[in-house]
Design a binder for this molecule. Structure first.
Ligand code: CP
Ligand code: NVA
Length: 309
């Protein structure tokens, strides 16, 4: 059974296959066709944190594909009413795929062990693979090809940054992270990255200007992620020199794109001028969450064939 917990779960050819399905489904959607590739399939969502993009794009996506969505609330008692093993074994008797947004990464890994259907990570404290796939798809759509391009991430080396770094490593892109030392990637993740993407050209620096110098896209995310609210004052201070503003974009190539997974904390990690400016592709990224989610679902559930690369 295939799961999508991190981008380490996918080979380069599989990412390309998902992009090809995404492209096909997006073109059809734009031409008014919602191809029912997954009739009768049922997707359950288990979310421990709020969501607009991930929840709605997955729910709309499975409906576009002819399937159904069940958003499960607290009353199903995940983690409280019965063991994870009993929960996962029973839930996966009813549904074809489970999308999970958890506080701790271990919880989604644990659930996947017991599910006989596919489990998709819809964000944990460590990873956001569906976001990274949609983002790389967006860049590929705008530039034609990913290989050799540099994605510069300015800010917290957290879930989104980690998934993007892994995604860059799997698609021949370069990745640059500018963050204060204590918010850079930890040794365990660096070892995993090295193992999964040995050829990744990786720059880690405390200097945002160095990171953006050759970037095709400059990406940022909130300084305080969901669940870290108690640290927000200290994080605001630590990241004060890491705001993506007009001055920083001037240090990047003239045709650079600005990217953000959203939601944004305007005035903190990014200024209004940049996020609303001509370089910004944040709405295109969010829009592509729908198409990429459909690509992932069609690929994972087999309608477009995991084996047909
Ligand atoms: N980018 C993203 O995952 O947004 P949501 O938290 O709204 O799902
Ligand atoms: N790093 C952010 C991403 C939100 C999509 C968070 O975890 O809150």
């Amino acid at each position: 059974m295939r799961h999508l917990i991190t981008l380490a779960d996918l080979k380069q050819g599989e990412i390309e296959r998902i992009f090809a399905i995404t492209e096909d489904l997006k073109t059809k959607y734009q031409n008014g066709l919602r191809e029912p590739l997954l009739p009768g399939r049922v997707m359950a969502l288990l979310f421990e944190k709020p969501s607009l993009r991930t929840r709605v794009s997955f729910e709309a996506g499975i409906i576009n594909l002819g399937g159904h969505s069940l958003f499960l609330g607290d009353d199903v008692g995940w983690g409280s009413r019965e063991s994870m093993a009993d929960f996962g074994r029973v839930l996966s008797e009813y549904v074809d795929v489970v999308v999970v947004r958890t506080k701790s990464h271990e919880k989604v890994v644990e659930l996947a062990k017991f599910c006989k259907c596919s489990v998709i990570n819809g964000l944990t404290d460590q990873d956001h693979p569906c976001q990274a796939l949609a983002d790389l798809y967006t860049l590929r759509e705008l530039t034609g090809s990913l290989a050799g391009q540099t994605l510069a991430f300015i800010g917290d080396g957290n879930n989104v940054a980690r998934s993007l770094a892994m995604g860059c490593g799997k698609t021949g892109m370069r990745f640059a992270l500018a963050a204060p030392k204590q918010y850079q990637f930890d040794a365990e993740f660096l070892a995993q990255l090295k193992h999964e993407a040995p050829d990744l050209d990786l720059l880690i620096t405390t200097d945002p200007r160095e990171a953006v110098k050759n970037a095709s896209a400059v990406y940022t995310d909130v300084w305080t992620s969901m669940g870290q609210e108690a640290e927000s004052a200290i994080r605001r201070q630590a990241f004060a020199a890491y705001q993506v503003n007009a001055a920083l974009l001037k240090a990047a190539p003239a045709d650079v794109f600005f990217m953000h997974c959203l939601p944004a904390h305007r005035g903190e990690e990014v200024t209004d001028e940049v996020i609303d400016g001509p370089a910004s592709i944040v709405v295109a990224q969010a829009a592509n969450r729908l198409h990429a989610q459909k690509g992932i679902l069609a690929w994972l559930l087999g309608a477009q064939g995991q084996g047909r690369e």
